[in-house]
Design a protein around this ligand. Structure first.
Ligand code: EPU
Length: 420
């Protein structure tokens, strides 16, 4: 397995182009199941998770043509509505084929995802919603089998705003008989992107981006061309990188309106931010102000930026508190940061951090994507050499992160496994 090696101390300077959003691309690819024909997606990030979902579409029977960042998914003839364990275990988002498969075929068999590094992450709300729409659900030998001749519109009240649950219902309801109301729907920009693509396919989805989404089912959908929105979490990660060590970075190809909460919190920490239509200029201060953050569903502060903000807190002058309210076990980066010299005290779901920390480079690894990104950021402010193992987590969600950081002046390289 490759590793990433970082020499600490350099500040990031220059321009970086942000890729398409992983968490938008995954549901958009699943939505192509609903619309027979050649669907064309552009601005698709070349990532491990995107390859996994495309592999899944190929197993289901789609013809997939990769011309990164353009991907063609021909869903004219699908013949195998099954998502096998081998794929689902590596990427939970594979559950997003459930809604579209049942809607188009009346049947789907998808492996239960099993354990996850950041929390239990059940799919009960996805299943309950499909049941409310008339589907029969059976759990057999680790697989969930969902059957329904034609789904019916229903009222879905989510007790917690679930991104994947909202997406699954939006896709399923697009081909259902009648009207579906989703209450307490997730409001993430990726939900709006999915609604825009579904509507271009001929669906009738209203209210995406608010907490009530109304979907009027139609009889059929048609293939489309659609551009994936920019990755707000990749953008946020580079913004933290720029804020450390008094860097100055212009992010290009971004949508600042997707990053309101992240921008607010960075400004409160003393970071200078200038936004334009599709770019953001970030200038790191000489002294970072400590802060308090609680993760929340969008438009609140995103859990996917929590680990990266911890590194900003370690560089700040004083005590910061970061509370994780979405997932119950999303502090795996803490013991690794502590090994680098950080002072972090976790009390239940709140991490108390004391800065400025004197971090020393060492060998670290993390068990999820955003935690791995935080270790790279920590490597930028640590003294000496930091080696980040388990690089495959980063490959799942950050396109060319090493090249992009090198382009900004970071002393970082990827060492192939045969060399060590
Ligand atoms: N939940 C349930 N039951 C369900 C579904 C969710 O209890 O049936 C709970 C979860 O356990 C969690 C909360 O609801 O406590 C929110 O989970 P959600 O369903 O919103 O998360 P998700 O759809 O599985 C997506 C992103 C995650 C991101 C979360 C929260 C994708 C592919 N994944 O996951 O992204 O952290 O929303 O914003 O969109 C990442 O990119 O690193 C990542 C983990």
């Amino acid at each position: 397995m490759d590793k990433i090696v970082i020499e600490g101390g350099s500040s990031l300077r220059g321009k970086v182009l942000i890729s398409g959003a992983k968490n938008a691309a995954l549901p958009l690819i699943c939505a192509t199941i609903l619309a027979p024909g050649k669907n064309i997606l552009t601005n698709v990030p070349r990532l491990g998770d995107v390859r996994t979902v495309l592999k899944l579409l190929a197993i289901i029977g789609a013809e997939v043509d990769l011309e990164w960042p353009r991907v063609v998914v021909d869903t004219s003839e699908l013949d195998n509505p099954v998502a096998p364990y081998e794929l689902v275990k590596t990427m939970r988002a594979a559950i997003l084929v459930l809604g579209p498969l049942v809607a188009r075929y009346g049947h789907a068999k998808v492996s239960l995802p099993g354990g996850c590094a950041i929390g239990a992450r059940p799919i009960n709300l996805h299943l309950k919603a499909l049941e409310a729409m008339g589907a029969t659900i059976e759990i057999k030998r680790g697989y969930v089998e969902v059957t329904c001749d034609r789904l019916r519109g229903a009222r879905i009240d989510f007790p917690v705003a679930t991104v994947g649950g909202t997406e699954n219902v939006m896709m399923a309801a697009s081909l259902a008989l009648g009207v579906t109301h989703i209450h307490n729907a997730a409001r993430e920009p990726e939900i709006e992107d999915l609604a825009n693509m579904l509507n271009a396919m001929g669906a009738k989805v209203e209210g995406a981006g608010t907490s009530t989404i109304v979907i009027t089912g139609v009889d059929s959908l048609h293939a489309v061309e659609h551009r994936v929105i920019p990755d707000r979490i990749e953008a946020g990660t580079f913004m933290i990188g720029a804020a450390l060590n008094q860097g100055e970075v212009e992010l290009q190809g971004v949508n600042p309106s997707h990053l309101t909460s992240v921008i607010d919190h960075l400004r409160r920490a003393g970071v200078t931010i200038e936004t334009r239509t599709d770019s953001i200029l970030v200038r790191g201060p000489s002294k970072i102000t400590p802060f308090e953050i609680v993760t929340e569903p969008h438009p609140g502060f995103p859990t996917d930026m929590q680990a990266q903000f911890m590194v900003l807190a370690l560089a700040a002058h004083g005590k910061s508190i970061i509370t994780e309210s979405i997932f119950e076990n999303r502090f795996m980066h803490v013991p690794e940061l502590v090994r680098m010299g950080a002072q972090i005290d976790v009390q239940s779901r709140a991490a108390h951090l004391l800065g400025p920390a004197f971090l020393e480079g060492t060998t670290v690894m993390a068990t999820d994507l955003r935690a791995s990104a935080s270790l790279i950021l920590a490597g930028l402010i640590a003294e000496g050499t930091t080696q980040v193992l388990r690089v495959y987590h980063l490959d799942r969600g950050y396109e060319n992160i090493v090249d992009k950081l090198q382009g900004l002046g970071a002393r970082i390289s990827r060492v192939p496994s045969e060399l060590f």
